[in-house]
Ligand binder design. Structure first.
Ligand code: MIC
Ligand code: SF4
Length: 643
């Protein structure tokens, strides 16, 4: 039996376990990336492990999220990360150099290699045939120290692409079409692999748009073959030597196959407030809009922005629209500046932002009240834009640009003939914003610079025999990490201060939660399906840990969040019978009378509702390793015990 692309890379990197679906496997990690909003914590964790020099082939720290300095906090974090990098062997990409995923694809990613990143959109690297996975900061810290990264061996999904996109239909429309079929939880426990004749028609940045937004499927990762197109891209980046060819065997077996005929696709939009709430632009046409934001790690490549500039050239942004554009990297920005495309954007009335995440993570550009905002981003979760009642639609750069001009939802196919925009033969290569680490012989003399906002990792404790705790919060399905631990300009500067950031935990759902949880001392959160979808932020586990949350009992979990809970020593429980969800109300006193023994023996966990007198069992799906981590009180304690 042949192998899929992902199976080939897994096989090469397997350090523990076997490639049996549903079982735990450990992978050797070649490259890591961090960004600043998760990075400070990841490097605090790395320092706690006491390993002088990273053991990966390449580790890069990017500054791209917290680029608003409204006080000393973000600036201090950046300085801390820069000094840690210098000391411990990590490359440092300065603020302004671009969004981690875009820059990594351009400058560092390599086909056939493994990459984990403390950001859920790390699968962008799948666009050049990397096995690139989003992980919690602590997992990245462990990988930098040479430890394996553990995942559950995923199922394989093949998305078979046939045909060719029509003019003005784009890669964003492909991934929105996949989201429409699979939904935001359809990818959980799976790797999505793209194949078929249609692959050849897509450039690397287009492939990367698709693998980037595979995160919204809940998938472990997504991947494209590495072929002639990949080679051309790497060559244009001056990195032809990084190329290796990679494709699935003809007799590779997939658990699921999805057919997408590119010729039949039309421009689409993900409507508020979920990336899988997909409708054709045709159905929205004519509706007035207020804002357009173009950028993010999904759609801010050279090709994307050249198409945008082409549409804007010689025109004027509608009076009712605010148009903001953030190029994905310094490379893209600089090329647009030199070839005149930037001038076309500025002349049309676009507001040009620096190369960073910006509005995608609520760092500025929040829309007006009830404002309709078209964004080329990947997430439209409620409140993420910074405006609680903002209506965010996720669209392609082409739809965004043409709608910015007309002031209403507009199908870009109305533009007629396709634009003649080619991939450059040579990208502008200038890595002067990437700072190299100190040579080994000088590393001891590098001082790590810590600001006063940088606080240590919260206190953990080993699993107790019994847990008695009230239900401090009951929430529904599809709770995102933006609900659990909101981001945005006001809260992101607190990412390195868990006590302070905890005051914002779950406030989107219930303003009283942090105070209530603190008063209770210890408590349990109850939730529905796909709990913790979205970001890799471990703060969505560390803040509850700080507030005394001992267990989270839900119908199902999103992958990265579940592993962040385990790493933090919080028990991830699922209802054996989904109907038992109705047996708990906010404030009920719950008891897990025999929890330690049940976990240690791999049994179901007994839950007694002492308020109603009812009891039932819950599941706790753990491997031998994650069971030991939970019993130890989290991954840091486990690592200390086992090193
Ligand atoms: C996001 O898109 O939600 C983020 C901000 O990039 C997060 C990481 C974070 O919360 O710092 C992600 O996707 O993992
Ligand atoms: Fe940044 Fe947005 Fe991409 Fe997250 S999704 S890495 S916030 S651009």
């Amino acid at each position: 039996m042949g192998y899929t692309i992902a199976q080939k890379i897994i096989k090469e990197h397997l350090v523990t376990g076997e490639m049996i679906v549903g079982t735990d496997i450990g992978l050797k990690i070649d490259q890591t990336l961090t960004q600043d909003a998760t990075g400070t914590m990841a490097y605090i964790e790395y320092e706690a492990m006491g390993i002088p020099r990273v053991k990966t082939e390449k580790s890069v720290a990017y500054i791209d999220h917290n680029t608003l300095q409204t006080g000393f906090e973000n600036a201090d974090d950046h300085r801390f990360i820069q000094s840690v990098c210098k000391k411990h062997g990590i490359y440092f990409s300065r603020p302004g150099n671009g969004i981690c995923h875009q820059v990594h694809l351009e400058r560092f990613g390599k086909p056939g290699k493994t990459l984990i990143g403390s950001d859920s959109h790390t699968p962008t690297g799948g666009g050049i045939g990397m096995l690139a996975i989003g992980a919690g900061g602590l997992d990245v810290a462990v990988a930098m120290g040479g430890g394996a990264y553990y995942i559950t061996m995923p199922k394989m999904v093949r998305v078979n692409l046939t045909g060719k996109l029509n003019p003005w239909v784009s890669a964003k429309d492909i991934i929105l079409a996949v989201l429409r079929v699979m939904s935001v939880k359809g990818g959980v426990g799976k790797i999505v692999e793209y194949g078929g004749e249609g692959v050849k028609t897509l450039t690397v940045p287009e492939r990367a748009t698709i693998t980037n937004m595979g995160a919204e499927l809940g998938a472990t990762t997504s991947i494209f073959p590495s072929d002639e197109t990949t080679k051309e891209f790497l060559k244009a980046q001056g990195r032809e030597e990084d190329y290796t060819e990679l494709s699935a065997d003809a007799d590779a077996v997939y658990d699921e196959v999805i057919e997408i005929n590119l010729s039949e696709l039309e421009p689409l939009a993900a409507c508020p407030h979920s990336p899988d709430n997909v409708k054709p632009i045709k159905e929205l046409e004519g509706q007035q809009i207020d804002q357009v934001c173009i950028g993010s790690c999904t759609n801010s490549s050279y090709l994307d922005l050249m198409r945008v500039a082409h549409i804007l050239k010689g025109k004027k942004v509608a009076d009712n629209v605010s148009l903001a554009i953030a190029p994905g990297s310094k490379q893209v920005f600089n090329m647009l500046a030199l070839n005149g495309a930037l001038g076309d954007m500025i002349a049309a009335g676009a507001r040009i932002l620096e190369s960073a995440c910006g509005p995608c993570i609520g760092m500025g550009q929040s829309p007006n009240s009830k404002g309709i905002s078209l964004r080329t981003f990947n997430r439209n979760f409620e409140g993420r834009s910074g405006t609680a009642d903002g209506q965010i639609y996720l669209v392609s750069p082409e739809t965004a640009a043409v709608s910015a001009l007309s002031g209403v939802f507009t199908d870009p196919r109305s533009l007629g003939e396709a634009a003649d925009i080619e991939m450059p033969e040579k990208f502008l290569i200038n890595d002067n914003m990437v700072i190299e680490p100190a040579p080994v012989e000088e590393m001891d003399s590098v001082e790590v610079l810590r600001g006063p906002n940088i606080k240590s990792y919260p206190k953990t404790s080993p699993l107790t025999d019994t847990i008695e705790a009230s239900c401090s919060l009951k929430v529904g399905d599809n709770i995102t990490t933006d609900h659990i631990m909101p981001a945005g300009a006001k809260i992101l500067p607190l990412r390195s201060n868990i006590p302070k950031i905890s005051e914002h935990c779950f406030t989107v759902c219930d303003k009283e939660f942090p105070a209530r949880a603190k008063t209770l001392g210890q408590s349990i959160i109850v939730g529905g399906e796909n709990y913790g979808q979205g970001s890799s932020r471990e703060h969505a586990a560390l803040a509850p840990l700080f507030l005394g949350v001992k267990a989270v009992l839900v119908k199902s979990f999103a992958r990265i969040h579940k592993s962040n809970l385990i790493n933090a020593g919080i028990l991830p429980l699922t209802f054996t019978e989904p109907a038992d969800y109705d047996k708990i109300k906010l404030g009920d006193m719950l008891e897990l009378p025999n929890v330690k023994e049940e976990i240690a023996e791999g049994k179901q966990v007994t839950v007694v509702n002492k308020t109603t007198g009812e009891s039932f069992v819950a599941d706790c799906e753990l491997s031998d390793r994650t069971r030991a981590i939970i019993i130890a009180g989290g991954l840091l304690d486990y690592t200390k015990e086992n090193s």
